[in-house]
Design a protein around this ligand. Structure first.
Ligand SMILES: Cc1cc2nc3c(=O)[nH]c(=O)nc-3n(C[C@H](O)[C@H](O)[C@H](O)COP(=O)(O)OP(=O)(O)OC[C@H]3O[C@@H](n4cnc5c(N)ncnc54)[C@H](O)[C@@H]3O)c2cc1C
Length: 399
């Protein structure tokens, strides 16, 4: 609302509310098995300085017609600053089960899905998608590949950044009765539960950082485990995951026509860790653009929207400086240690035979070698200690 005003904020709010209604209707109509429940979602703070922001957020939500109300306490063992927001009737479901059920419904209705089929080239002019063995010609093409591939000229790497966040699943003796929770403090944490056959699992998320700027990722999990232990001394860690998602420079996804240059090539990206509703909104917007040429929310999501707002410019400058710093440091970052001194389970950029090489040594002393330089932007990969993979710091495309 601060960036674009009431009208476009309302489009964004409506799109996300409509996405929840769409998911609810499709789950109910086709009996999709995905542990779907309607739950309240809470936003809270533990920081006195953020109380004003929560109050402002509540007023903004109410002015947009969102189902929000103030609360003074929450079910978590956390003392909130007597001000939280409760959003009624939000959707909680098992995303993998939902997507699998949706895919089955799609194919049952006559749709065709090709799995394990990688697009390797896009010819937007002639509307051809090239795979390893085939060329597919289409009337409409939607690039929905998380980071939009084959869109080099559209500068997505400069218009959004990858962020990594971590989730731990902890088993507890007591149970959480309802709700999804997120705070707005400097250390953001989120909570939700899922019931397995034998026990309840609490999913605690947090420790988000710009991808490639994270240093030791294993410490991120440790911080989450310590926090879970502090809140629930009876807990035991059962699972760990990390997620990567793109956040655009003005925090609003890019959904719609890729560019005015090509008709019928669409993009959906930059969902900012909110891909379940924003991804669904993307499907609704692009469906309408294809079928009827317009959609009520197309302006707020437009990939070619004019971003002339001060806040956006500051973000762009800050991000560009960070990316430039990353680009330069990635070029000079080379470790001169001997390959034999690389520990098992570790990767690094080493100088071998006067050449920079990305090297990984696995737990059986097998070595893997990669050219560390991205052929596109020429930046150099960095090693992710927790996931044991190498990625590009500017776009964090994993290699
Ligand atoms: C643990 C975790 C928890 C999360 N929690 C939430 C939450 O509570 N709420 C929420 O809204 N969001 C949540 N998110 C974020 C949400 O999952 C993402 O925003 C969303 O998945 C991004 O959707 P996407 O379609 O852009 O990308 P993806 O889901 O990554 O889908 C992109 C697809 O494109 C395919 N692809 C890529 N390149 C090619 C190619 N060249 N050829 C063919 N196919 C290709 C990929 O294989 C993939 O299937 C969470 C994410 C994680 C991992």
């Amino acid at each position: 609302m601060n960036l674009y005003g009431q009208e476009l904020a309302k489009q964004y709010a409506n799109a996300n509310q409509q996405a929840i209604r769409f998911i609810t209707e499709i789950v109910e109509k086709y009996h999709l098995e995905c542990e779907f429940t309607k739950e309240p979602a809470y936003v809270y703070t533990q920081d006195e300085e953020s109380v004003a922001s929560i109050n402002k957020e509540l007023l903004a939500a109410l002015s947009l017609g969102l189902p929000a109300e103030a609360v003074e306490s929450i079910e978590l063992p956390i003392n909130i600053k007597k001000t939280g927001i409760r959003f009624e009737n939000q959707a909680q479901f098992h995303p993998r089960k939902y997507v699998l059920a949706l895919a089955k419904l799609f194919t049952d209705l006559g749709g065709v899905l090709y799995e394990k089929t990688k697009a390797v080239k896009l010819d937007p002019k002639n509307k051809i998608v090239q795979t390893d063995n085939h060329a597919i010609t289409a009337k409409h093409i939607v690039v929905a590949t998380h980071y939009p591939c084959f869109t080099e000229g559209h500068m997505f790497f400069a218009r959004m950044s990858p962020y990594t966040s971590y989730i731990t699943g902890v088993r507890r003796n007591s149970i959480l009765n309802s709700g999804m929770y997120i705070n707005i403090d400097s250390h953001i944490h989120s909570f939700r539960y899922t019931n397995t056959k034998n026990y309840q699992l609490l999913l605690l998320g947090g420790e988000s950082h710009k991808t490639g700027h994270g240093q030791d990722e294993t410490l991120r999990y440790k911080a989450l485990h310590d926090y879970a232990d502090e809140l629930y001394p009876d807990m035991s860690v059962a699972y760990n995951w990390s997620a990567q998602d793109y956040i655009t420079i003005d925090y609003i996804p890019y959904i719609g026509l890729l560019s005015e240059d090509y008709e019928d090539i669409y993009v959906g990206t930059g969902y900012g860790k909110w891909g379940m509703t924003n991804g669904t909104a993307a499907a609704l917007v692009i469906r309408d653009l294809i079928k009827q040429g317009s959609n009520p929310w197309q302006d707020v999501y437009s990939p070619s929207r004019h971003m002339t707002v001060d806040g956006f410019k500051k973000n762009l400058v800050a991000d560009s400086i960070m990316n430039a710093g990353n680009f330069i440091s990635s070029h000079y970052k080379v470790n001169h240690k001997d390959i034999a001194h690389l520990e098992q389970g570790q990767g690094d950029i080493l100088k071998l035979d006067h050449r920079k090489v990305a090297v990984y040594r696995d737990h059986h002393n097998k070595y893997y070698f990669l050219d560390p330089t991205c052929p596109h932007l020429k930046c150099v990969v960095t090693f992710n200690d927790a996931e044991k993979n190498m990625g590009l710091p500017l776009s964090w495309i994993k290699v």
